[in-house]
Design a protein around this ligand. Structure first.
Ligand code: NDP
Length: 285
């Protein structure tokens, strides 16, 4: 079997085109979605993520403002700014790029952002809403993965979904979204025993670990759907996922590549959440 490759980059482009039209229509009703992105310090990976977000916003017509702060910014200064953005009626979405410098408590910052402007979907209130299957801002990477699965009409209900990784931003929420779609979900992590046995029983395998070539053809079931979330850099500086693409491609039924897979979908879902925040805000006026 040769897998059909799910190019997130292509799906992301068509979603961005749709959103561009939607924003044009919203602007006719004087609704201008606005996103504020706060970047602290000069971590190259964070800078590159933020620039991807800026580009996507610009393309779609979302008003985006980038706030660059020095790496010695205090927690109080950041919290004061968030408070100011929370109160600013023209701002619909607030994103603070993680990770933050050591002197700033990440959880405090996440909880300071108004749940109505939490377009990253990390606020405990929004996580609770996701858990109870309510309409909310879904975390962008899991939301992107679900959208990719749905774009190919891949059956989720009743399937065994195995999630490798249990981070707050990817592993845990993606498992929850699949559970909400009636999959039977198993989480695996660094303490899991008999990992191969579990991954081999997966109909849908989500790999979000951050280790190159963690999963190869021998670890999967024939015909499985494999979503590779990992982003790793090889010694030559090339981007690569957590899945051995070449071998898994010959056994899976669907597979996502790295790059051009989940990454572009993450940014696209951030844009979707920002538009949703703007529409919600307007309907409450
Ligand atoms: P974390 O480092 O927060 O979590 C990694 C998870 O993998 C942990 O739960 C850890 O287990 C588990 N793990 C580590 N080693 C093993 C192992 N040998 N066997 C089984 N489980 C293991 O990572 P993130 O969730 O933030 O990110 C995962 C990957 O996805 C990274 O490569 C990151 O760059 C990428 N990423 C990509 C995005 C995209 O848009 N494409 C967005 C976000 C992340 P334990 O909990 O026990 O420590």
């Amino acid at each position: 079997m040769t897998a059909e490759i799910i190019y997130g980059s292509e799906l992301a482009q068509s979603l961005r085109d749709e959103m561009k039209e939607e924003v044009t229509e919203l602007k006719k009703q004087s609704i201008v979605p606005k996103l504020v992105v706060v970047l602290i310090g000069d971590d190259p990976a964070s800078k590159s993520y933020v620039s991807g977000k800026e580009k996507a916003a610009q393309y779609i017509g979302i008003d985006s403002e980038l706030i660059l702060l020095p790496s010695d910014t205090t927690e109080k200064d950041l919290l004061d700014r968030i408070d100011q953005y929370n109160q600013d009626e023209s701002i619909n979405g607030i994103l603070v790029q993680l990770p933050l410098p050591d002197q700033i408590d990440e959880q405090k910052v996440i909880e300071a952002i108004s749940p109505e402007k939490d377009v990253d979907g990390f606020h405990p209130i929004n996580i609770g809403r996701m858990l109870t299957n309510q309409d909310t801002f879904l975390p962008c990477t899991p939301f992107g993965i679900l959208t990719m699965l749905k774009s190919k009409s891949i059956e989720i209900e009743g399937k065994h979904a195995v999630v490798l990784g249990r981070s707050h931003i990817v592993g845990k929420p993606v498992g929850q979204l699949l559970l909400n779609e009636n999959a039977t979900v198993t989480y695996c992590h660094s303490r899991t025993k008999n990992l191969k046995e579990i991954t081999r029983s997966a109909d849908i395998l989500i790999v979000a670990i951050g280790r190159a070539s963690m999963i190869d053809a021998d670890d999967i079931k024939e015909g499985a759907t494999v979503i590779d979330v990992g982003v790793n850099r090889t010694e030559e500086g090339k981007l690569t996922g957590d899945v051995d693409f070449e071998s898994v491609k010959e056994k899976a039924s669907y597979l996502t590549p790295v790059p051009k897979g989940v990454g572009p979908m993450t940014i696209t879902m951030l844009m979707k959440n920002t538009i949703k925040a703007a529409i919600r805000h307007n309907s409450k006026k």
